[in-house]
Ligand binder design. Structure first.
Ligand code: HEM
Length: 376
């Protein structure tokens, strides 16, 4: 039997040259490896698997891990990503083991993590690429790609709330998959001045973003705001006081924590519709994306026809364009409510900072306003 998760595909599309999938978008439909291939990494793996137990001894156990030579992984992209995930979790556990962060990252974990991130061209901190795209397995290969049919390889707290906290945004990425081809179709039909095809592509955008917005609300069913806020959220935060990677550099650098602001599908939507490109926080976010995802998004940025809005209006697709802009606003408004209910409410208004380090209400509201301004 063909596994349902891998069904369909094989229609040759421009996406294949970017190693992206027409059915799963930015997600590799094949599950990532769950266990290291190299025995040198078994102790790291065991520790990352047991972060929820004996928490008081975690810093000393991390300090006692053997140091590996990162370059053994450079020819093995999947194992490299698995190792980036394991190290990312260990480094964040070490940094946030107590309320006052431990800014000096010991060389036994800091040096290999830093080298792996250099190689992957991402900052040396746990990010969404690791926590979502390389942190899932299928419960059944015969079932759909859905959070209830997926599991996480690693969590900090061992709770199902934390699993769903990573699997729901991953599901949003999956639901957004039709947008990758629709983006090509939209751009080429504008160039060909084909009104019918433009409208068809815009309708796909509208319908797909509607589904993505619907999936955001799954969070309320599956992840308790208290378990998120008081349980595992602090491990996802930025290196707020900076981090010194011993054995690499004495500079104390600040890096942004894991935030779905690093979502490639939402960043792609912004690029296609030419939204929020001037925003400082957003521009910084691209460096946290997986290199291959970033390359595709930048490629589409280059491909975007100039005078996009003017062309759409000229070609008579103003209503359909506005409907898409409205859907993007609804997605952002639904998401703002999540941020309110999971951060501002449990902290009784005392906390207004995202794990990515933004002043969240102001930041998210600015994006809604600027998105709305793009309507015709
Ligand atoms: C309880 C769940 C969630 C909370 C508490 C939350 C919170 C936040 C916060 C505080 C920010 C501001 C940036 C930062 O400093 O981190 C943010 C940004 C963002 N989040 Fe979430 N988020 C949640 C779920 C999701 C989900 C499921 C997605 C789906 C992909 C998502 C996508 C985004 C995006 C794309 C941004 C950047 C702003 C934008 O482009 O509109 N978030 N989130």
């Amino acid at each position: 039997m063909v596994a349902k998760c891998f069904q369909k595909s094989a229609v040759l599309s421009p996406l294949s040259s970017f190693k992206l999938s027409s059915t799963h978008g930015f997600i590799n439909p094949n599950p990532p490896p769950s266990i290291p291939k190299y025995p040198e990494l078994f102790p790291h793996y065991e520790l990352a698997k047991s972060l929820a137990s004996e928490t008081s001894t975690i810093p000393s156990r991390i300090k006692n891990l053997p140091q590996i030579e990162a370059s053994i992984l450079f020819d093995d992209p999947e194992q490299l990503e698995l190792t980036a995930l394991i190290y990312g979790m260990l480094v964040s556990s070490y940094y946030w083991a107590s309320p006052i962060p431990s800014v000096n990252i010991p060389s036994n974990i800091g040096v290999p993590f830093w080298k792996i991130c250099q190689y992957l061209n991402r900052p040396p901190i746990l990010n969404i690429t690791s926590l979502e795209f390389h942190n899932f397995s299928y419960k059944s290969l015969a079932q759909d790609f859905h959070p209830d049919n997926l599991d996480c390889l690693f969590t900090f707290s061992g709770t199902s709330d934390e699993k769903y906290f990573y699997l729901i945004p991953l599901y949003v990425e999956y639901l957004g998959a039709p947008l990758l081809e629709a983006a090509f179709d939209l751009f080429s039909s504008i160039e060909q001045r084909n009104k019918e095809e433009i409208i068809k592509a815009l309708k796909i955008f509208k319908k797909t973003i509607q589904k993505m917005t619907g999936a955001l609300n799954l969070m309320y069913e599956k992840c308790d705001p208290g378990i998120f806020y008081f349980g595992f959220r602090n491990k996802l935060k930025s290196y707020e006081k900076g981090a010194i990677f011993e054995g690499i550099s004495e500079d104390c650098e600040i890096y942004s924590g894991a935030s779905a602001a690093q979502s490639p599908i939402v960043r792609l939507i912004d690029i296609i519709f030419n939204l929020n490109q001037e925003h400082k926080f957003i521009s910084k976010t691209y460096q946290y994306l997986k290199k291959e995802h970033r390359n595709f998004i930048f490629f589409m940025n280059e491909k975007r026809p100039s005078f996009l809005r003017e062309n759409i209006e000229d070609l008579g697709a103003k209503n359909e364009w506005n409907e898409v802009i409205d859907e993007i606003c609804k997605f952002r408004e639904t998401h703002l409510k999540l941020a309110y209910n999971y951060i501002i409410a449990p902290s009784q208004g005392r906390d207004n900072k995202g794990t990515g380090g933004s002043s969240l209400e102001q930041f998210l509201n600015t994006l809604i306003t600027s998105t709305r301004r793009s309507a015709l």
